[in-house]
Design a protein around this ligand. Structure first.
Ligand code: PNS
Length: 157
């Protein structure tokens, strides 16, 4: 089975890595789709940089590839012949958003979404706050993979 895991991944964090590990063990093949989210215009990394960072951060997970996509998640899913979309929920607010997106995507495409639960230790991690702390020179090494810590450090030079 092929699962498409769409997101902004700006930057990829330890919660994302956990979701990919969970999805790879369940579905065998996971395509991580880096998609520009117009509601989050103030990016830290370019789409190409996000793809490169995610590839390195996920190199240890078998059956995973990372690609950039433009447009709809359902079109990305169709283009890679995915059997389903995978998303992650950290809490009830995430769940409500994912439920609405999943049902909308299913209604217009017939593609199902599987919502995975973040491990408790990861359920507070958010790219938004990582970006905020990183921009101010803070330490995010407990939240992101080591290659992302290095990329943020490099960006600040
Ligand atoms: O990591 P994010 O920012 O929560 O990911 C959001 C993302 C990229 C998964 C979402 O914005 C998305 O699916 N964008 C593609 C456009 C799309 O499919 N829109 C229809 C939603 S029902």
């Amino acid at each position: 089975m092929i699962a498409l895991y769409p997101g902004s991944f700006d930057p990829i964090h330890l919660g994302h890595v956990d979701t990919v590990e969970q999805a790879a063990s369940l579905f065998g093949e996971v395509v991580v789709a880096v998609i520009h989210n117009p509601e989050k215009p103030s990016g830290l990394f370019s789409i190409d940089e996000r793809v490169a960072l995610a590839k390195t951060a996920l190199a240890h997970v078998r059956g995973v590839r990372v690609e950039a996509f433009a447009g709809l998640a359902i079109d990305a899913a169709t283009s890679v012949h995915a059997n389903c979309i995978v998303k992650s929920a950290r809490n009830a607010s995430d769940f409500e958003i994912e439920q609405q997106m999943a049902n909308t995507n299913y209604s217009v495409s017939g593609i199902r979404t599987v919502v995975m639960l973040a491990l408790p230790g990861n359920s507070f991690i958010s790219s938004r706050y990582i970006r905020e702390i990183a921009v101010h020179g803070g330490d995010v090494s407990t939240l992101v993979p080591a290659n992302v810590v290095a990329a943020i450090r490099e960006r600040r030079k």
